[in-house]
Design a binder for this molecule. Sequence first.
Ligand code: ADP
Ligand code: MN
Ligand code: MN
Ligand code: MN
Length: 342
Amino acid sequence: MAYRAMYIWIDGTEPTALLRSKTKVLADGEEPGIWGFDGSSTNQAPGHASDVVLRPVKTVPDPIRGGNDILVLCECLTDDMEPHYTNTRAACVAAEEKYADFEPWFGLEQEYTFIQMEDQTAYQSGGLPPGFPSNGYPAPQGPYYCGVGANRVFGRAVVDAHSQACIDAGLWIEGTNAEVLVGQWEYQIGPLPPVEMSDQLIIARWLLERIGEDYGLEVSLHPKPVLGDWNGAGCHTNFSTRQMREGYDAVIAACEALAANADEHIANYGADIEMRLTGAHETQRYDQFSYDVSDRGASVRIPWQVEKAQKGYIEDRRPNSNCDPYTVTRLMVETICGAASS
Ligand code: ADP
Ligand code: MN
Ligand code: MN
Ligand code: MN
C-alpha cells in the first residue's frame, strides 16, 4: 500500500521563520528521498531561480494520520546541494562535531500562547488568547500558572493531544504546564544533544500548530503576545557538558563564558527580545547580564539542586519562544565549549 510522508521544513520569513510542509505519496517500501519546492513562495528564493532542495534529516511516525504514514523533517539545500542560507542546522551540526568531546546536552522549555481564531479567518497574528474577553481584560495573572478549572485554563484539549502526539512520534517530551499568562502553555523536551534537540523541537512545534488547526486555535510564538502586565513567552535553554555534570567549576565557567558573550547571544535569541526581557515578569533586562543560584530574575539561573550537588546544568532564561533552536544551541556550545577549550 502506498503511504504518505509529510515533508516539513523551515522557511525564510523575516524576522521569524515559519514552518512549511507538504505531502509526498510513496510507494510501498519506497524510502523518503530528496525533494524540493518553490522557494519564491516561501521567502527563500527569487522567482527566476526558485528551486530549493529538501533533504530528509529525521523521520518519525506520523501520530496524526497514523498507520504507516510518517513525518519527514528536512533541511534546505541549494541546487548544488550546499546548505541554503536559511539552513541554520548545518552550522549546528558542525559545532556539535567540533565539540563532541564535551558531550553537550540541552533541555528546552518551549512556551507558547494560544490565540483565538475568530470565524476561522486567516489573519495576521495579533488576536487575543482564549480567556480574554473581546472588550476589557480577564482577572490579573496569578491563578493561571499550573491552574485547573474552566475559569482559569484554556486550551487543555490541544495540550493533551499534543503531548500524546509527541510521545507517539517518539519525541523525548518530558512534561507540560499551564503558564502565567491566560492561554499560555509550556512543554519541555530533552535532555538531548544539540542537533537532535533542535530537530525534535521543530517537529513538536509543527505538531502543535497542526493540532491547533482542528480546534481553531492559532499557536503564537510571539515573545510578548499581550502588552502590559502579562508574562511573555520564552524558551528557557537548559545546558550541560560532561564536565559540568561532573563538577561545579565547569558550571561557573559556563556562566562566565556566557557573560563575556552576552550581546551576541541576545542578538540571536529571537526577534523582539527587548519586548520580553524588561527586568519584570521573571526576566533580566536584555541589556544586562547576571547569573545566580535559584534566581528567576537572572539571565542565567543555576538550579539550587546543582549548587547543592556541586554539579549539573544551567538554565539560560533569555531565549525567546520564537528562537531558532539550531542557532541557540550552536551559540551556547560555541561560547561555553569554546571558552573551555582555549
Ligand atoms: P523550570 O520550569 O523549573 O525552569 P522545567 O522542569 O520546566 O524547569 O525544565 C527543566 C529542564 O532542564 C528540562 O528541559 C530538562 O531536560 C533540563 N535538564 C535537566 N537536567 C539537565 C542536564 N543535565 N543538562 C541539560 N538539561 C537538563
Ligand atoms: Mn519550565
Ligand atoms: Mn515556563
Ligand atoms: Mn525554566
